[in-house]
Design a protein around this ligand. Structure first.
Ligand SMILES: [Zn+2]
Ligand SMILES: [Zn+2]
Length: 339
């Protein structure tokens, strides 16, 4: 049996180990992808630390996977060997349960699969994924460029396009990290008056380079007051993982405004009167399914949205993972199998 290089975690809290594994065979309804690039996402720490119920070890992390289909299992329609393909967090959905039939495949009741958590992910030369989890990757994006769009990209893109904001509306993006630097680009390209909010004056040149209309330094300015002075935000996309930063910004929502939470943080504090008097809402957003990822990729080709990446070979995965975990990466870390 042919072998592949892979990076696995053998136990909760265990190290990332470069190992040799058998190349997996695709079963019914699945395809095998020869991986070309895989992003390292903060959520990969769930696999590494074991902070997710029922993980079976050893497990290969990675849910920002891009490569080429090299084998197709029985019963797969619409995908073929040689096609460029990507797999994100959403590990597939059944298509027949009540949620799927309502168009809410993200909440599939039968297939609660998560790439790199409930089955092996993309820190490897090959992975097998259910066909329903596969996005077709367009020409116009390299695999390294496409990989971070499979989680960070689709999360911000999909939250914004479902936020209710319309062109020229005031939209704030809180945080300018891996998610935020993509969120600002998407917001600008969707035609919103975009306000980037981050800590420190030193982030402003980057925010301007990404096309933001206004920049708010949350260390020296009050983000809620600044947004209110601009008329109040229709949408605030909260990409940070810090509840204090979210709480300091929430008050900047305008009438009918929505606070869209995509970053996992501690508890929010919100005044019911503030919500009801202005018909404001707080809403969480799940990244998206394979077709949402495909739309995020296509939109990025169309408008020039790109992730800024630090690229590492598979053998230096631990170094890349530490960069991500320490918040030092500018801005996403991507493993390239070609290096
Ligand atoms: Zn992710
Ligand atoms: Zn389903």
């Amino acid at each position: 049996m042919s072998k592949m290089r892979a990076v696995q975690v053998s136990r909760p809290g265990g190290p990332l180990e470069l190992v040799e594994r058998n190349i997996p065979e695709p079963g019914a309804g699945s395809v095998r992808i020869k991986v070309e690039a895989c992003g390292i996402c903060h959520s990969d720490s769930l696999t590494v630390e074991g902070h997710y119920p029922g993980i079976q070890y050893p497990r290969i992390p990675g849910h920002e996977v891009v490569g080429v289909i090299d084998a197709v299992g029985p019963g797969v329609a619409g995908l073929a060997v040689g096609q460029r393909a990507g797999v994100g967090w959403h590990g597939g959905n059944c298509g027949y349960c009540n949620s799927c039939r309502r168009g809410d495949g993200f909440a599939c009741e039968t297939a609660s699969a998560v790439t790199g958590l409930t089955y092996d992910g993309g820190y490897a030369e090959y992975l097998v994924a259910p066909a329903s989890a596969v996005a077709v990757v367009p020409e116009g994006l390299s695999s390294v460029e496409a990989a971070p769009l499979m989680c960070a990209g689709v999360t911000t893109f999909n939250a914004l396009r479902n936020s209710g904001a319309r062109p020229r509306d005031l939209v704030a993006v809180l945080g300018l990290g891996g998610l935020g630097h993509l969120g600002v680009q998407f917001a600008v390209k969707m035609g919103f008056r975009t306000v980037a909010i981050a800590r420190g004056k030193d982030k402003e040149p980057l925010a301007r380079q990404l096309g933001t209309w206004r920049y708010v330094d949350s260390q020296t300015q009050d983000p809620a007051a600044e947004l209110t002075a601009l008329g109040g935000a229709k949408v605030i996309l909260a990409t940070v993982t810090n509840a204090d930063a979210m709480n300091a910004t929430l008050g900047g929502l305008g009438v009918n405004g929505t606070f869209m939470v995509v970053g996992a943080a501690g508890d929010l504090t919100v005044s019911p009167v503030f919500l009801l008097a202005g018909r404001r809402s707080v809403k969480g957003w799940y990244s998206g399914t394979s077709i949402d990822s495909q739309d995020a990729l296509g939109f990025s080709v169309l408008t020039g949205v790109r992730s800024m990446n630090e690229v590492y070979p598979l053998a230096r995965v631990s170094e890349g993972y530490e960069r991500m975990l320490g918040g030092k990466a500018r801005f996403r870390v991507v493993l390239s199998m070609e290096q």
